[in-house]
Design a protein. Structure first.
Length: 259
């Protein structure tokens, strides 16, 4: 009887050991991302959390990783990664200032054409420009903390800054001779949400020279970040090389513009 119970106990311990080993192995393959709301690229409300998230999930799958996502305000997402509480955050435009505090993925995960939005009745003939320096004679609306803030300051462009994009669209809807700069796809998404009769009131121009690219930003403090970056860089390279990235990304703008 003693031997029988000893065998049962030993068997249970062996099963428990392998369960713990499997769970530990799975935990080791989890990568935690801090991100935020940036529709239509990434959002808790979008199917599969948006196209940028879909691309990241595929890259992680190829790298043998399981991606998990927590949503924060953007400043907090960056801070959590900067101090090493999270491995990475996405999607961010690469700047010299950010490169001081973060590592960036070798390849981009999104293509971000920027656009200038304006009211058709204010500029019936459109506006002519190829770069931001060409906007010096216009009044612009901008959002505090957006990527263009330092560039506009350097170019001495007159900008009325607000705290969030919804306020920018509200200003543009008041029939004022101002322009609003934002990502093309984000601007289309939010413009349709905030301005009634969007198609008849708002026009936009998006020169190819104003396209930016979105990257994954990795922590310099998290102990696993450098290794995870190497794994994901390799996976992203394979996605770019075999055409998976291009197929995923090309489908996204068409889906958005046809809504």
């Amino acid at each position: 009887m003693v031997n029988r119970w000893n065998l049962i106990t030993l068997g249970l311990l062996i099963v428990q050991f392998f369960v713990v080993r499997c769970a530990s192995a799975e935990d080791l393959n989890i990568i935690h991302f801090a991100t935020g709301e940036y529709p239509p690229f990434v959002s808790e409300q979008l199917p599969d959390n948006g196209p940028s998230t879909i691309i990241i999930r595929e890259a992680c799958r190829r790298a043998g990783l399981k991606a998990e996502f927590d949503f924060f305000p953007w400043a907090r997402a960056a801070y959590e990664v900067k101090i090493g509480d999270y491995v990475a955050t996405y999607q961010w435009v690469k700047t010299p200032e950010r490169e001081k505090d973060f590592l960036f993925s070798a390849l981009h995960i999104s293509e971000n054409p920027n656009a200038v939005f304006y009211r058709k009745n204010q500029y019936p003939d459109g506006i002519t420009f190829n770069r931001f320096a060409d906007l010096q004679n216009y009044n612009l609306i901008g959002v505090i903390g957006y990527w263009y803030e330092k560039e506009f300051e350097r170019l001495k462009i007159n900008v009325h800054y607000v705290s969030q994009s919804q306020l920018a669209w509200q200003l543009l809807s008041r029939d004022r001779p101002e322009l609003y700069v934002d990502n093309l796809y984000t601007g289309i998404t939010e413009g349709k949400r905030y301005i009634a009769d969007w198609a008849n009131q708002i026009a936009y121009q998006s020169p190819e020279s104003m396209t930016e690219y979105g990257y994954i930003m990795f922590s310099r403090q998290h102990p696993e970040a450098a290794n995870r970056k190497r794994q994901i860089d390799k996976a992203l390279a394979s996605m770019h090389q075999d055409g998976t990235y291009q197929k995923m990304w090309q489908r996204f703008p068409l889906d958005l513009l046809n809504r």
